[in-house]
Design a protein around this ligand. Structure first.
Ligand code: EPU
Length: 420
């Protein structure tokens, strides 16, 4: 496993550029299955999950020409409708291929998607399956595979019993080629949902209301080729902003969309992190003293679960007590134990809530990154800590943050990558 060696008590300075949003690119790639023509995707983040997604698409029969930050994708020749276990089980977002294959071919076979450790047991796919059934598909299970079949998909009304980003996007894509009108209610409102809908509409789809709780999709027969631009990753933006605040550094985050992390900026106003927002730029000023503030993770525009672990690290440096309430995932506070090993004073109340008492000094440790967002949190904690820390299993961090070591070096961090 590769590891990072990080020198603590770091001060960052200069500019760091945000890459394209992983969680949009992971939907645009499978959306290409709906289009029997070429699409050209720009600002594509060159990270592991994206490369897995492109390779899954290629296995199905698409032709792909990839450059560092763009890809030309042509899905016209796809004939395969089975997502093979070897590929699909390695990442959760493989589930995003199911709806487009079902919509285009009337059938699809797939294993339970794999992925990281944050959900309870296997992360469920019940909302997807219920939605596909509502559109007219039949489900069979055989061995490790699910099979969905539909002689035709028909518009329907479906109310999500709980809000899910990927299930919203999946049914929206599937209904694009169904017959008649589909109304989805209690939808996720993340910016990525809206941008995916805008992309599909520019390709000929008829989707209204994306970015609100109710999305109405009038099915069309076909979509045409064209371009897609991936918006800046709001979780990268927020991670870098928290990194600067936690280390008391002045940092400019470029190529970002500050409005997409409005909730974090509103909390910065309360806890004493000063910043200046410009179009596509966010300047974080030097933080001298931090106040505590409670958070409860929530669907957009609430506090993103993906920023909860970095925010918890920030609260270890605030003077007073803060409550961290993780309301979306069952296993997203497991890293707390690692922060405690570094010297943080955190009390786990139950699997969803932790109380942080600050400020505490953090100390260098040898740590293993449990998942992507816990991994970046440990990296931030290592930058704050006294001494030299080691983070193992950095594959988990690199799934979401491209070349993070090189980019941090460029803003003054002493970080080495050791390949083992
Ligand atoms: N859920 C169900 N049934 C389903 C689907 C989801 O019960 O069929 C539950 C989940 O177990 C969870 C909750 O619904 O408790 C929310 O999950 P959601 O479906 O919204 O998450 P997701 O769509 O699987 C996306 C991002 C995550 C991000 C969440 C929340 C992608 C590929 N993933 O996941 O990103 O945390 O939305 O914003 O878009 C990450 O980038 O680190 C990451 C995990």
């Amino acid at each position: 496993m590769s590891k990072f060696i990080i020198q603590g008590q770091a001060k960052l300075s200069g500019e760091i550029e945000v890459k394209g949003a992983k969680n949009l690119a992971l939907k645009i790639i499978p959306a290409s299955i709906l289009i029997k023509d070429e699409i050209f995707v720009t600002s594509l983040p060159d990270i592991k999950d994206i490369n897995k997604s492109l390779s899954l698409l290629e296995k199905l029969g698409a032709s792909i020409k990839k450059n560092e930050n763009s890809a030309q994708i042509n899905s016209r020749e796809i004939k395969e409708t089975t997502l093979f276990e070897g590929h699909a089980k390695t990442f959760r977002a493989s589930i995003m291929f199911v709806g487009p294959l079902l919509a285009r071919f009337g059938e699809v076979s797939f294993p339970h998607p794999g992925g990281c450790v944050i959900g309870a047991g296997r992360r469920p796919i019940d909302l997807f399956v219920e939605g596909f059934k509502a559109l007219g598909a039949e489900l069979k299970q055989q061995g490790n595979y699910y099979h969905l079949k539909a002689s035709k998909l028909s518009g329907t009304e479906y109310f999500f019993p709980s809000i899910s980003v990927t299930a919203t996007e999946s049914l929206m894509m599937t209904a694009t080629l169904a017959q008649g009108t589909t109304v989805l209610k209690n939808c996720a409102m993340e910016p990525e949902v809206k941008v995916l809908a805008d992309f599909l509409n520019n390709r000929g789809a008829k989707i209204k209301g994306a970015g609100t709780p109710t999305i109405k999709i009038q099915g069309v027969n076909k979509l045409k080729g064209g371009r897609a631009r991936i918006i800046p990753d709001r979780i990268e933006t927020g991670s870098f902003a928290i990194m600067a605040a936690a280390t008391g550094s002045e940092l400019t985050i470029t190529e970002c969309e500050p409005n997409h992390i409005q909730i974090l900026l509103t909390i910065f106003d309360k806890i004493g992190v000063y910043y200046k927002k410009e179009k596509n730029k966010l300047h974080i000023k030097q933080t001298k003293s931090l106040k505590p503030y409670n958070i409860k993770t929530h669907e957009y525009p609430g506090f993103p679960t993906d920023l909860q672990p970095p925010y918890t690290v920030l609260m270890t440096q605030a003077k007073g007590t803060s409550l961290i309430h993780e309301a979306i995932y069952d296993r997203r506070l497991l890293y707390i134990d690692l922060l405690s090993q570094m010297g943080a004073d955190i009390l786990m109340c139950d699997p969803h809530r932790a109380i942080v008492n600050g400020p505490t000094k953090l100390y260098n440790r040898k740590l293993t990154s449990p998942d992507l967002r816990a991994g970046i949190a440990l990296l931030i904690a290592s930058l704050v800590a006294k001494g030299t820390s080691e983070i193992d299993n950095i594959y988990q961090i690199e799934r979401g943050y491209k070349n993070i070591d090189k980019r941090l070096k460029a803003i003054g961090v002493d970080i080495q990558r050791k390949n083992e």
